[in-house]
Design a protein around this ligand. Structure first.
Ligand code: CU
Length: 378
């Protein structure tokens, strides 16, 4: 239980699982929520400005069923209220706001329903069990846990630009996963819908099982969680329907509680997109968050992706693979804290390293930033 991340992914055993816990007859329940009110200003000629709310609300319930355990999960997002084009985020790409044009230098809003899933697990010995997972939407066994579920990433109010290299399948309309857990290992496989969510963010889309993935997870020590995974995605992008994608990812999450209410958590991840037909594109991400006394948080995220979409519309650069780099760092001060509520304010700054070909598009120093207030109910 302490290993469970988003979907069927694992996080280190040392991960704190804060939430409001309840018991109703045979059911045990857990709920938590987080909202960020963000003022976002992305610099340079491709930048922009916006104030928005993002975050999530999550509820889980489980009960014994026969020899095993049956569970239900729901996760909702306030993102659709920010409008179909999401928020300005330099170097981000993926999905669409209108079904006709790519969202470039913006982060798409997440769907209102991020997860509606059921699970069943059953022990087959003292150290082994099997499980089934079905979601509409749900998260297939591909990639590290989604960024809003990683201890080192959940306090950062912006999405990673590696999202579509690592964890963008976290909202997939139609997922069926089966797996086995043996001691510190887990092996699982999924069938799911390859197509990303469309621009209508309030609906439940039709499921299909046209894509496949498998993941091997290993928690060798309590502080560490490792995974490798690979998937074959059928026609993921609505605007490039003839392009399939193979994706390979590997990641390590290290979470270390220390002293009195201090926590340090970091994730390193690599993802490779192999477009068929098309290029092979790598993405790398390192993120880390240090929280002291449950009050002061410092965070950092550094990323590199090989991009083709940012300059898709520039005739001279069309088809070129160009590496782009981003680093964001910031902090949060939680000025209000009770057993179940934390409220704080924070800020982050983003810097970029771009190849010469992209400097005319982005300006020589498009430094960006966000200031935000946040509330966590857990
Ligand atoms: Cu996402």
């Amino acid at each position: 239980m302490t290993r469970e991340g988003s979907g069927t992914s694992w996080v280190p055993d040392t991960t704190p699982h804060e939430g409001i816990h309840g018991r109703f007859g045979a059911w045990s329940t857990m709920a938590h929520a987080q909202f960020n009110l963000v003022y976002d200003r992305q610099g340079g000629p491709r930048g922009g400005e916006k104030t928005f709310v993002n975050g999530m609300v999550m509820a889980m319930a489980q009960r014994p069923l026969g020899e095993g355990t049956f569970g239900l999960r729901a996760m909702l997002s306030p993102d659709p209220f920010m409008g179909p084009s999401g928020y300005p985020l330099l170097l981000a790409s993926g999905e669409t706001a209108d079904g006709r044009t790519h969202l470039i230098d913006r982060q798409h809003p997440h769907d209102l329903f991020m997860e509606l899933a059921a699970t069943y697990s059953r022990n087959i010995s003292d150290t082994a069990s099997f499980f089934l997972y079905a979601g509409l939407p749900g998260e297939p066994a591909l990639g590290p846990p989604a960024f809003m579920h990683r201890t080192g990433g959940m306090d950062i109010p912006e999405a990673p630009i590696t999202h579509h290299w690592l964890d963008s399948t976290h909202i997939t309309f139609g997922v069926v996963t089966a797996g086995v857990v043996v001691d510190k290992w887990k092996l699982e496989a999924s069938a799911f819908r390859g197509r990303e969510p469309d621009q209508y963010r309030y609906d439940i889309e039709a499921p299909r099982l046209d894509s496949f993935s498998a993941r091997l997870s290993w928690n060798p020590i309590r502080e560490l969680s490792l995974q490798v995974s690979a998937g074959r995605l059928h026609s993921p992008e609505a605007l490039e329907p003839l392009v399939d994608e193979d994706r390979v990812t590997a990641s390590a999450i290290y979470t270390q509680p220390f002293g009195d209410d201090n926590l340090w958590s970091s994730t390193f991840a690599w993802g490779r997109k192999i477009l068929r037909p098309g290029e092979t594109l790598d993405g790398f991400m390192l993120e880390s968050a240090l929280t002291l006394k449950k009050t002061y948080t410092l965070f950092l995220r550094a990323e590199r992706v090989a991009q083709t979409e940012l300059h898709h519309d520039e005739p001279a650069l069309h088809g070129r693979v160009l590496p782009v780099h981003k680093v964001s760092f910031g902090g949060i001060y939680d000025f209000y804290r009770t057993e179940h509520v934390r409220a704080g304010v924070g800020a982050l700054v983003s810097k970029y390293a771009l190849p010469d070909e992209l400097k005319p598009l982005y300006g020589s120093d498009p430094t960006s930033g966000m200031i935000f207030g946040r509330i966590k109910i857990q």
